[in-house]
Design a protein around this ligand. Sequence first.
Ligand code: FES
Length: 94
Amino acid sequence: MVVAQVGREKAIITRAGGELAAFSNICPHAAADLRKGRLARGQIKCHEHGYTFDVRSGRATWPEGEGCRLLRFEVRVQDGQIMLRPAWEPRAGA
Ligand code: FES
């Protein structure tokens, strides 16, 4: 995984299922830094409480029924460069 600065946000960029996926480094459960997490088979596991998230959909895959989601970035490749745009409303002051 690669980390990029996007405005005031940090994005984790990875490949999943042959496609690029990007999401905020802030865990939606309790704000741990997902850069310390473990990425495997299209899922990121947070080091803090063990929640896991599908990096393509953002949905929590563990614990079952958990409603929090990763903040994802829209990813576009243009002229060999990866372009990212938050897929959520920016926070106040961001
Ligand atoms: S802060 Fe990430 S699982 Fe709790």
